[in-house]
Write a protein that binds this ligand. Structure first.
Ligand code: 2AM
Ligand code: CA
Length: 284
């Protein structure tokens, strides 16, 4: 992490230790609030939800990070105006910071609101725009996924590795169904229609960060989604890369913080995966 193998220490805590601590604390609190949230608001669209628990968890994480690293920059979903333009602008304004924390306090808010037990806390730290720490925490299963750049990725303290399927035919994929009815939704349907007959099956659990963690841990062979934000993907992208997988945009360009349309896989079937997605797009 950082230059050489030095673990940067501020106030006695490494970046990764702080990220883990934040995710665990926020996750435990979020879990106690499942079924108990009191305020539900609509953000950008009827599908874009926020509760007081999202806001409270983000505040908790922001305060904890700020205590240890007061000079670091912070980008959290709930601190940004809703919608893709505001997200892109917010990222643009901080992406070149020396240290930037990128946080989604609840990835899978719709699930949280409905009591469907798949959601996560996603925390990444980028150094000059490159993710160096990624933590995704699933409080319902008490599963903590952690990656450090160049040092591998771990779940429950065990090293993770992507799955071994070599072809789409043998793969289990996941996608996220987008909310945007004009562009993303119809394209996602075309892609699904093209992919579904070629794979073992497709899942959609409702948390992009958890889908990425599942690709990293070999539970899914691949995942794609259109129209995500930096906070949905930053931590998960490092998990997948450090587990030996591939993360690109749908054209095959390497993942960077600005990627909104993502394909992640065990890397073996990435070429075939992108080809089917691109063919679906060309035909739409
Ligand atoms: P969220 O729960 O943090 O909003 C599910 O398909 C994924 O898409 C989740 O990671 C979810 O993150 C994200 N998502 C949900 N609604 C969205 C919206 N309106 N725009 C962009 N991303 C959204
Ligand atoms: Ca969220």
């Amino acid at each position: 992490m950082g230059e050489g193998n030095d673990i940067p220490l501020v106030g006695g805590k490494s970046f990764t230790a702080v990220a883990i601590n934040c995710a665990a604390k926020a996750g435990e609190w979020i879990k106690t609030k499942l079924g108990n949230h009191t305020s539900l608001s609509i953000k950008y669209s009827a599908q874009d939800l926020v509760t007081e628990v999202d806001k409270g968890a983000e505040k908790m994480i922001r305060n904890l990070v700020g205590t240890h690293f007061p000079h670091h920059s912070f980008l959290g979903e709930e601190g940004v105006e809703p919608g893709p333009e505001a997200s892109t602008k917010a990222l643009q304004s901080v992406k070149d910071a020396e240290y930037l924390w990128i946080v989604d306090p609840i990835d899978g808010t719709t699930n949280f609101v409905h009591g469907f037990p798949y959601f996560s806390v996603s925390i990444a730290l980028a150094h000059w725009g490159e993710v160096i720490v990624g933590v995704v925490y699933d409080p319902m299963r008490d599963e903590l996924f952690v990656a450090e750049k160049g040092k591998g990725a771990y779940v429950r303290g065990r090293r993770m590795a992507v799955s071994g399927e070599q072809t789409l035919r043998d793969s289990l994929l996941a996608t996220g169904f987008p909310a945007d009815p004009n562009y993303a939704q119809p394209l996602n349907m075309k892609q699904l229609q093209a992919i579904a007959p070629q794979v073992r099956n497709v899942r959609s659990l409702g948390s992009a960060a958890l889908h990425m963690a599942y690709v990293a841990s070999g539970r899914l062979s691949g995942f794609w989604e259109i129209g995500l934000n930096s906070w949905d993907l930053a931590a998960g992208a490092l998990l997948v890369k450090e587990s030996g997988g591939a993360v690109t945009d749908l054209q095959g360009n390497e993942y960077h913080l600005g990627v909104r349309h993502v394909a992640a896989s065990n890397s073996h079937l990435h070429g075939e995966f992108l080809q089917v997605l691109q063919q679906a797009e060309a035909g739409s």
